[in-house]
Ligand binder design. Structure first.
Ligand code: PGA
Length: 252
């Protein structure tokens, strides 16, 4: 059982419409209303749906997060959105460095670090994603790759209240595959040790490390029961309010 407050985060990716997003947000809000005061619930819709979703969840225990931000505060960056603006419209969190962005937009650790810095400077909580590819796993490099990503993506000024780390094995995302439970704990523990090297023991002890990658109601219980797992970053299953909240129910 986690010593830290669980965070169950829904990453909606590039899904939903204006109508369906509002309906989904309302369902999440309604089902979570009485049951989940002991944990943090977060939904991360695509940019144009942030405000309509915020309208649906205002006054509830569900928080709003974005899926990405730019590292500059403003300026000539067509198509990008600043962390400052995300904070201004009501976001509490933003994801940075998701493996889909690292792959689709060639985001390096250095860029992810700058984005995380911009997020915390703007007053947001940065959810920094890390994770090994299948080739790296097969080469026995899981711990090394994740430690390297922690070291090189963690911004100056990071602490247990403004950063959450999300460990998402790239090969587990959307695939229905997950690591062995013991492997998840081993990797999370190694990630926490690396955080301790960068930020010190006490920040590492307080920092939440989420697991992500094919998390479902059927596998959430054993994953969330692991000592160093402090929640989940849920993709596919977060698009169904019942599944998403069934996962949250396993966080005890
Ligand atoms: P998944 O995605 O739950 O659909 O595997 C998780 C994520 O990429 O955040």
């Amino acid at each position: 059982m986690s010593k830290r407050k669980y965070l169950i985060a829904g990453n909606w990716k590039m899904n939903e419409s204006l109508k369906s997003a509002k309906a989904l947000a309302n369902e999440v809000k309604d089902i979570s209303a009485s049951n989940f005061d002991h944990l943090d619930i977060l939904v991360c819709p695509p940019f144009p749906l942030l405000l309509p979703v915020l309208e649906s969840i205002t006054g509830s225990n569900v928080d709003l997060g974005a899926q990405d931000c730019h590292f500059n505060e403003k300026g000539a960056h067509t198509g990008d959105t600043s962390a400052v603006l995300l904070k201004d419209i009501g976001c509490k969190y933003t994801i940075v460095g998701h493996s889909e962005r690292r792959a689709d937009h060639a985001e390096s650790n250095e860029i992810v670090k700058q984005k995380a810095k911009a997020a915390i400077d703007a007053g947001l909580i940065a959810v920094i994603c890390i994770g090994e590819t299948l080739a790296e796993k097969n080469a026995g490099k899981t711990i090394e790759v994740n430690a390297d990503q922690v070291r090189n993506s963690m911004p100056e000024g990071a602490n247990a209240s403004n950063v959450v780390v999300a460990y998402e094995p790239v090969w587990a995302i959307g695939s229905g595959l997950i690591p062995e439970t013991a492997e998840i704990q081993e990797t999370h523990k190694a990630i926490r040790l690396e955080i301790a090297k960068v930020l010190g023991e006490s920040e590492a002890e307080g920092m939440r490390i989420l697991y992500g990658g094919s998390m479902k109601p059927s596998n959430a219980e054993e994953i969330l029961a692991l000592d160093d797992v402090d929640g989940g970053l849920v993709g596919g299953a977060s698009l169904n309010a019942n599944d998403f909240l069934a996962i949250a129910e396993k966080a005890k």
